[in-house]
Design a protein around this ligand. Structure first.
Ligand code: AMP
Length: 557
């Protein structure tokens, strides 16, 4: 156990050793606020009405208590817990979380959602499962076929309940809940608490405990002078995006906060691999190791510290200029606390947050609670990066021109001037200087995506991911997506905006209908709603993109 763990621990929440072991292996150092409040209540068997958005750690808050009682509740082949979620993406995520936490308990978890072959789901149900994580439509379908038996259900979880209502699942939810035993426990999590949700809670929850994370306002007048920026980045692009942002920001010293020890270790390795001088700091390290790391940061041998909250607690680093949240923090308080490390004593500080497209709401809550304005920006492009590098070269040359040790090079310029124009000589010299300080040219384009806002939530992917599960038909376009191959890429100067422009200009589709866009060296891949695929192929074949004809076809990969 580490010495600086002064906050509450998972062990104190009354979790069994197999679960504690799983959490340690995952590198979770301490419970998030929602976990701290919810876990004991849910273990105790209370119904719960919890207001919490994605990124707060709510999944563990309901799955750990369900797993805690797994052995006691286990009922042969019938499931003992049912988790209802709005989308297929979330169904997969939540069942993966159950798997991760419940490995040592032999938890049998099955995600069921529309769009996937039902036969496999039927077979798994037949073989026996403990936890079913389902979208409401598919759950009802399986229930009506008699394949999903709900008579042994001890706990029902409604996750992202507001989104399920928004997507028109209210009646499905009623029908499913009515088919479960009356004495079951019901846990409802929602990012917002609209009236309609209250009605649902009144119908199905019994004397629920209520938890709201992050309501109170931070004390006024304490906000440090910190420039606060968030970048929307798909998970897979985070390491590259962080590198790019660090290149542009050029911090003197920075802390990058991660959620888990594993993330700290992996990110440190990645950053060092990319040529940064990063040091890890987490609760699993000995005091001696930690002192060494701090020494290297203070002496300037390292310029990045990658840390968990627990490990960074109490650290005061004089020269710190930047705080980076590699993920949106699980609670606004933690955000406020982290960024309080910069912008001290009248100095300017910078706080940067990498947010995934679905973490819009969590960021909004932080803005409200922290009383801060976080400007959302797109990740610097390759062109931005190159422009910035040229700026640095120009600054270096300027400094050199202002110095006075240039005379010994005069002979070089004079001899070359006989043969070449002075401008050309200067250009060649700048090129050499630029290459000498520029490091490697990392010219991977990072996908430019926006937040998946609440309005988009029931629709097609806006910027990432693939098809997002079943939803009522009135929700056009929704449903399955197709990938198009476009035979022009970076070499042809193609940017995501060019493809969005071509598609929205030539077809009925709007920007938000278009999913992920990958730009490769010689080609690009664009995700669009399946029903529109043929139309888009025809339209793009008939037009030019950036003044060029391109091969357009469905991508078969
Ligand atoms: P959620 O809000 O449930 O979507 O969780 C957000 C992310 O936080 C997930 O990637 C979890 O693996 C991670 N997470 C949840 N609880 C903790 C914790 N106590 N410490 C570190 N990471 C956590």
């Amino acid at each position: 156990m580490n010495t600086d763990q002064d906050g509450p621990t998972f062990a104190e929440l009354g979790l069994r050793p197999e679960l504690l072991q799983a959490l340690t292996t995952l590198g979770y150092e301490e419970p998030t606020p929602i976990q701290l409040e919810a876990i004991p209540l849910v273990i105790e068997g209370r119904d719960l009405l919890g207001q919490a958005a994605t990124g707060t750690g709510k999944t563990a808050a309901f799955s750990l208590p369900v797993l805690e009682h797994l052995e006691a509740h286990r009922a042969g082949r019938s499931p003992i817990a049912l988790v209802l979620v709005p989308t297929r993406e979330l169904a997969v995520q939540v069942s993966e979380a159950f798997h991760r936490y419940g490995k040592d308990l032999g938890a049998r978890v099955l995600p069921v959602y529309g769009g996937a072959p039902i036969v496999r789901q039927l077979r798994s149900l037949e073989a026996g499962v403990d936890v079913v994580v389902a979208t409401p439509g598919r759950a009802l379908d399986l229930l009506n076929r008699g394949s999903l038996r709900l008579d042994e259900i001890a706990t029902v979880v409604l996750d992202e309940a507001d989104e399920m209502l928004d997507m028109g699942f209210a009646e499905d939810l009623d029908a499913i809940l009515d088919a479960t035993p009356e004495q079951r426990q019901t846990v409802l999590f929602s990012a917002t608490m609209p009236r309609r949700l209250d009605a649902l809670a009144r119908r199905h929850l019994r004397d629920p405990a209520r938890i709201t994370i992050a309501k109170e306002q931070a004390p006024a007048g304490e906000a440090p002078r910190v420039r606060q920026t968030a970048y929307v980045v798909p998970r897979a692009a985070k390491p590259a995006a962080l590198g790019r942002i660090l290149d542009i920001e050029a911090p003197t010293a920075a802390i990058v906060f991660c959620r888990t020890r594993e993330e700290v270790d992996t990110l440190t390795e990645t950053l060092n691999g990319r040529g940064y001088r990063a040091e890890p700091l987490h609760g699993g390290m000995s005091q001696e190791q930690r002192d060494k790391v701090m020494g290297r940061l203070r002496s300037g041998t390292a310029d990045l510290l990658v840390a968990t909250d627990v490990a960074a607690r109490g650290l005061d680093i004089e020269q710190l200029t930047h705080v980076v949240n590699y993920d949106v923090p699980s609670a606004p308080e933690s955000y406020v606390h982290r960024i309080g490390r910069v912008g001290r004593a009248g100095r300017e500080g910078v706080a940067i947050t990498l947010a995934e497209p679905r973490e819009h709401r969590q960021l909004k809550t932080i803005e409200k609670v922290a009383g801060a304005t976080i400007s959302v920006q797109t990740v610097p492009t390759v062109a931005d990066l190159r422009a910035r590098r040229l700026d640095l070269t120009r600054a270096a040359l300027r400094e050199s021109l202002l110095g006075d040790e240039l005379d010994r090079f005069r002979v070089v310029v004079e001899t070359l001037a006989d043969e070449f124009d002075l401008m050309e000589v200067a250009l060649a010299a700048v090129k050499l200087a630029h290459e000498a300080v520029g490091g490697t040219d990392d010219d991977e384009e990072i996908p430019q995506v926006g937040f998946r806002t609440d309005r988009d939530a029931g629709r097609g992917p806006a910027g990432q991911g693939s098809g997002r599960g079943e939803r009522p038909a009135r929700r056009a376009p929704g449903g399955p997506t197709a990938r198009l191959f476009v035979g022009l890429g970076r070499e042809a100067g193609i940017r995501p905006g060019d493809l969005v422009g071509a598609i929205t200009g030539e077809t009925e589709l709007r920007g938000k209908d278009i999913g992920s866009i990958e730009i490769h060296q010689r080609f690009a891949l664009v995700e669009i709603p399946e029903p529109a695929a043929d139309e888009v192929v025809q339209a793009l074949r008939a037009t030019m993109i950036k003044g060029r004809k391109a091969t357009i076809r469905r991508d078969r990969a």
